[in-house]
Design a binder for this molecule. Structure first.
Ligand SMILES: *Cc1c(COP(=O)(O)O)cnc(C)c1O
Length: 490
């Protein structure tokens, strides 16, 4: 069903709010400041609610259907987190307030730093970066600052496995360093010999995701880290896949020197559509002085009769500076803090156990029908090929589009790049066995349809207001306007 623009709803004079009587004397607004015509929709509250509720479910609605996007950790976001983030004492404070007046907010940040240190096995954490990608950029700046501080100016290379997320080479390139790609071996892990061949005194560090983007644990991670440290480099962990490890393995204990946490993934916060995010970085003892600031430190109040802790923002000694204005994305930190508090340490371990179990369950149900190129016990996600031996015209995209007719969001498509027709599936811990089964049943039905009625897939989706787009045109020639505009040639 089509939905009109909100400008085409309502009627002149209709309104959704009643303003209270002013409690100050009315004043004339100077006429030069008055706008004659403010072209806003005139709609009632119910018009607005129906309009946006309808829009929110037109293609896919996360309140109505499963969304197994790999590498995104799209878990259910508890409503409680939203309530906490909206508490006036947290939502209505201003970053320019002096620290004495926002002790509660600073305490919340301090505790989040402490808990992230504990979960990751790191000596220091900064909440500054506003996403995973910015965390990577931060980590690279920290590693570079460390080397330069020691007078080691020859290092210019960052080693990155070929299964890496695109942000890894992008943030490396942004920092002006050189990306060296390391191939994967037959089991889907880093090829140790190829890595060793690149280890020399020009290596700033290795940037590696564990479990990697194939959903596989790097079982030689200790040797890998040993090789890098052996040539004087540092190891950056892309922590986007921490959902598989909480309470089970601490990256700091494995020897990682820096890692970002994607609070909006592992610790919940709705992040479809690009934000908001939070990508704190954790570092080992060696790198604590370089962390971006401010970070929150705790001291004792100066008054002798008051022994309450006093939280204060401080800049680390050799800080690389600020990565973001003020204190980072505080609202996301509040949600992550709430999530950690409601789960507790046992609960977080259980999150990881269930996330891993759920992903393995799906792989086990689909592996006889779809090709799983690295068919071994996976972690919180796995990658299969979206092509079928007996349906040569069908691609991963067709399977994904058809899944929308089943009311489910497609998995991540065509990533990681090293798997042809990749479909990357991450159910997360928050899905029940019933919804996992519904997804598997749909995928098995689609495989049968692909053989018997391939046009059903090739023409899908059938249930959405707009079917297949020319995706290249849609991206390159985007027309973003709320009403038809007269084109020059019309
Ligand atoms: C999501 C993700 C990133 C980037 O994180 P953002 O918060 O989206 O910037 C990096 N690496 C991997 C493996 C990811 O899944």
């Amino acid at each position: 069903m089509k939905e009109p623009l909100i400008y085409d709803l309502g009627s002149p004079g209709r309104t959704g709010i009643k303003m209270p009587k002013p409690d100050v004397p009315p004043t004339e607004i100077p006429s030069e400041l008055m706008r004659d015509e403010l072209d806003l929709p005139e709609v009632s509250e119910i018009d607005v609610v129906r309009h946006y509720t309808h829009l929110s479910s037109m293609n896919h609605s996360i309140d109505k259907g499963f969304y197994p996007l790999g590498s995104c950790t799209m878990k259910y976001n508890p409503k409680l987190n939203e309530d906490m983030a909206r508490l006036p004492g947290l939502a209505a404070i201003h970053p320019y307030q002096s620290p004495e007046t926002v002790q509660g907010a600073l305490e919340l940040m301090y505790e989040t730093q402490e808990w992230l240190k504990e979960i990751g096995g790191f000596a220091g954490v900064s909440l500054q970066p506003s996403a995973g990608a910015q965390g990577e950029f931060t980590g690279i700046l920290i590693m570079r600052a460390y080397h330069l501080d020691r007078g080691d100016t020859r290092r210019t290379k960052i080693l990155i496995p070929d299964s890496a997320h695109g942000t890894n080479p992008a943030s490396t390139a942004m920092s002006g360093l050189e990306v060296i790609e390391i191939p994967s071996d037959k089991r889907g892990n880093v090829d140790l010999a190829a890595l060793q061949a690149q280890c020399d005194d020009t290596v700033v560090g290795l940037m590696i995701t564990n479990p990697n983007t194939l959903g596989l644990f790097e079982d030689q991670i200790v040797q890998i880290i040993g090789l890098i440290h052996g040539c004087g480099g540092l190891v950056y962990g892309d922590g986007a896949n921490l959902n598989a490890l909480m309470g089970i393995v601490r990256p700091g204990d494995l020897g990682f020197d820096v890692m970002h946490y994607n609070l909006h993934k592992t610790f919940s916060t709705p992040h479809g559509g690009g934000g908001p995010g939070s990508g704190p970085v954790g570092v080992s003892e060696l790198l604590v002085p370089y962390l971006p600031g401010p970070i929150v430190a705790v001291g004792i109040a100066p008054e002798p009769d008051e022994d309450l802790p006093q939280y204060e923002p401080v800049m680390p000694a050799k800080s690389i500076g600020r990565m973001k204005t003020f204190y980072g994305n505080f609202g996301v930190v509040v949600r992550a803090y709430t999530y950690m508090l409601t789960n507790g340490s046992d609960g977080l371990r259980r999150v990881s156990e269930m996330a891993v179990l759920n992903a393995n369950y799906i792989r086990a149900r689909l592996r006889d029908t779809y090709l799983v190129p690295y068919d071994r016990i996976n972690m919180h996600e796995f990658v299969m090929e979206g092509r079928l031996a007996d349906a040569p015209d069908i691609h991963a995209l067709d399977i994904s589009k058809r899944l929308m007719d089943y009311g489910m969001h497609p998995p991540t498509n065509y990533f990681p790049l090293i798997v042809p027709e990749a479909l990357m599936i991450e159910p997360t811990e928050t899905e029940s066995k019933e919804s996992l089964d519904a997804f598997c049943d749909a995928m098995l039905d689609i495989a049968r349809e692909a053989r018997e009625q391939p046009e059903l897939l090739l023409e899908a989706p059938h249930t959405t207001p707009i079917g297949r787009l020319d995706e290249v045109q849609a991206a390159k020639q985007m027309v973003l306007c709320c009403r038809p505009i007269a084109r020059p040639d019309e």
